[in-house]
Design a protein around this ligand. Structure first.
Ligand code: FAD
Length: 681
């Protein structure tokens, strides 16, 4: 039946990765009743997959490092499009957030003198990534969870209930935010296992839902990254910025096909691994762009000396920011110098003794042995670009994480938020971002709750509409004729075996709080149309995004992509899922598709609009960076179901931050007009 379980909280955090957990801890510490909601199992998030480490200028490996150097590297990596205030806060606060994790019980790898060890990564001037072997994300999540458990134990001692002040709802998907006027009033969703509905009434919601990678076939992202938070924000009246900037990580596995896209950590290059083409050439020396020429070695000898003597040599070009390395690999493969499986070779076997490889890169050793039968201590890996991270995201106030747009009470942190990384994120800057801005979002969501005189309430009619939208795919499939496309999918037939007992619940039935006519109206609107299969739709969407909005973009293809996304919109509106509400992945995907679609549309629209190449956005027809475009953020909003795109000026950097850069460097990014202003200051 359509019974809805209701919960009352002060702060609801959607997402249980690093950003969500850190926000929830802060909200609970501020005395707020806090819910953490996670689409996947608790502990299973992208954060747990992070291998390389968390960037923080602690200066342990090189005492010259400090927040100003980190700020500079982050701005350079993002090609100066970053929200400078976020980059500043991030660089200043990351060390404190890392040390704080150790007070929660984390234990990072150590230097010989007992300090937190820091490793090299692309685009970071000094070794800066605090790490635990190549399993850093696991330690981060484990520790944040441990902190939550310890808070729950305190609450048990005080109230007799572990869940009284902070509660985790795992395998629970939020499909809609609830509003009261322009104020957040809560969130609506379902338990994935039972398909039963839940309504969270809360005046503040923190989005911490991570990325969008599942709109691409070759991706390092796992199934839950369907851009839900981005889409929830849009539908609630918030805005997204710079969605054209997607990071294609240069090194994903390319063989065997079943694992194509799985990440090969940048630590392999940080620890000495080199890239070679089929002629056995270290080709990255041919791809150092002018803006980075001063900082990177010109010969193999200098690059190799850098590992032992970084103060007197320049870095190897394999450690350029990710966008540069991904484009270089793409060019080598296109020029016919790729590996047999269509990537290039990444070799650490001739660079480090086997024992060191196994100690420093245990997960990579295991991953290649298990998945590809390759022993990375003896032979090179084959790697190629994979869709990895979205720089664009919810437009937020840099200090508080409050979403822009007309909605109040909505906050965002972590990968779902935009601005911090500009056009390209440096490796390691995400884990630190989660901690810095997760904490801030939790703190400011709590402060916002304190300002409210009256608690916003979700409207019955909105709850009814959310129920209708959620049930529609089931109703459509039930209404469409037997043997329809929805019935013939592998996914759907698998679903029906798990969902048979709940088939009856898909039929329209009365709902105590939501309109009882909703489901039947969805059925009649479906009429006799054959419902679309969600798996086919996802494949078609991935083909559009991968082929036409991928790593290298062109005007004609982007226009074509938008046309196809428009066609897909009509098909997604008719998606059906056979089976019932009990653990039905086809139904879950059917609901995720509308999120993937709207977010993909924002990406394609912005990619067509931005007529330059910068960071994670490469236009073959506009191959250079254009200083005029650096002054523009592309802001996406949704109005009556249509995506709108606006130009908005990038905030001008404060004078004392600008002064951290040499004029010769600024001249590579800023317009003449901006440079003249700098000189006047
Ligand atoms: P996530 O950790 O992605 O968590 C998102 C949460 O939201 C999950 O709990 C999910 O279930 C939940 N969710 C999503 N939608 C819904 C919904 N509708 N309803 C309810 N819950 C929902 N970065 C680094 O800095 N260093 C690294 O070494 C590094 N290595 C990486 C390795 C891999 C393989 C990958 C994929 C990424 C890596 N990254 C790394 C990037 C980094 O891990 C992610 O950007 C970061 O973890 C994102 O954290 P988050 O808290 O924003 O979201």
């Amino acid at each position: 039946d359509n019974k809805i379980e209701r919960h009352l909280y002060d702060v609801v955090v959607i997402g249980a990765g690093g950003a969500g957990l850190r926000a929830a801890i802060e909200a609970r510490l501020a005395g707020k009743r806090t819910a953490i909601i996670s689409k996947s199992l608790f502990g299973k998030a992208h954060t747990v997959m992070a291998e390389g480490g968390a960037a923080a200028a602690m200066g342990n490996a090189n005492s010259r490092d400090n927040w100003m150097v980190h700020f500079r590297d982050t701005m350079r990596g993002g090609k100066f499009l970053n929200n400078f205030r976020m980059a500043e806060l991030h660089a200043k606060e990351a060390p404190e957030r890392i040390w704080e994790l150790e007070t929660y019980g984390a234990l990072f790898d150590r230097t010989k003198d007992g300090k937190i060890s820091q490793r090299n990564f692309g685009g970071h001037e000094y070794p800066r990534l605090a790490h635990v072997g190549d399993r850093t994300g696991l330690e981060l999540i484990r520790t944040l969870q441990q902190k939550i458990v310890s808070l729950q134990q305190e609450d048990f001692a005080a109230t007799g209930s572990y869940d009284s002040r902070i509660r985790v709802f795992q395998e629970t998907t939020i499909t809609e935010l609830m509003l009261d006027g322009d104020r957040v009033a809560g969130a609506f969703g379902y338990y994935r296992e039972t398909g039963e509905f839940l309504l969270f009434e809360a005046p503040a919601v923190v989005l911490a839902t991570g990325g969008v990678g599942r709109s691409y076939k070759v991706t390092s992202n796992s199934w839950e990254y369907t851009g839900d938070g981005h889409a929830l924000a849009l539908r609630a009246g918030a805005t997204l910025i710079n969605m054209e900037f997607l990071q294609f990580h240069p090194t994903g596995m390319v063989w065997p096909p079943s694992v194509k896209g799985i990440l090969v950590t940048e630590s392999v290059r940080g620890d000495g691994g080199v890239l070679r083409n089929s002629d056995n050439k270290r080709f990255m020396f041919d791809y150092v762009p002018d803006v980075f020429r001063k900082q990177y070695a010109e010969t193999e000898e200098e690059a190799d000396r850098w590992y032992a003597d970084p103060d007197n040599n320049r870095r190897p070009p394999e450690l350029l920011p990710r966008d540069e390395v991904a484009r270089a690999i793409n060019s080598e493969v296109k020029a016919g110098r790729g590996s047999p499986a269509g990537g290039v070779f990444l070799d650490v076997s001739t660079r480090l003794p086997a024992e060191q490889i196994i100690r420093r890169l245990p997960s990579m050793h295991h991953q290649f042995k298990e998945l590809a039968d390759v022993d990375i201590t003896k032979e090179p890996m084959e790697v190629g670009p994979t869709c990895h991270y979205v720089m664009g995201g919810v437009e937020v106030d840099p200090d508080t994480g409050a979403a822009f747009g007309r909605v109040q009470g909505l906050f965002a942190a972590g990968e779902v938020s935009g601005g911090m990384h500009g056009s390209n994120r440096l490796g390691g800057n995400s884990l630190s971002d989660l901690l810095v801005f997760g904490k801030r979002a939790g703190e400011h969501a709590s402060a916002y709750v304190d300002t409210l005189q009256v608690r916003p309430r979700p409207a019955k009619v909105d709850v009814a509409a959310a129920v209708e939208v959620a049930l529609a795919p089931l109703v459509r499939a039930a209404a469409s004729s037997t043997g329809s496309s929805a019935d013939s999918s592998t996914g759907s037939s698998a679903d029906s075996s798990t969902g048979s007992s709940a088939d009856s619940s898909a039929a329209p039935s009365a709902d105590s709080s939501a309109g009882s006519s909703t489901a039947s109206s969805a059925a009649s609107s479906a009429g006799s149309l054959i419902a679309e299969n969600p798996y086919t739709l996802q494949q078609d969407l991935q083909a559009v995004m991968g082929d036409l909005v991928g790593i290298i973009r062109r005007e004609g293809e982007l226009t074509d992509a938008l046309k196809r996304l428009h066609e897909l919109r009509a098909r997604v509106a008719n998606v059906g899922a056979t089976g019932g509400r009990r653990y039905n992945p086809g139904w879950h995907l059917a609901l995720d598709l509308r999120n993937m679609l709207v977010v993909s549309e924002c990406t394609a629209r912005a990619a067509l609009e931005r007529e330059e190449s910068r960071g994670g956005h490469t236009r073959e027809d506009f191959p250079a960076m254009n200083p005029t475009w650096r002054r523009i953020n592309l802001v996406c909003s949704l109005s009556f179901g249509e995506v709108h795109l606006e130009h908005k000026p990038v905030p001008a950097m404060r004078a004392e931050l600008l002064a951290l850069f040499e004029r010769s460097e600024l001249s590579k990014y800023l317009t003449d007009e901006e440079l003249a202003e700098v000189e006047e200051q």
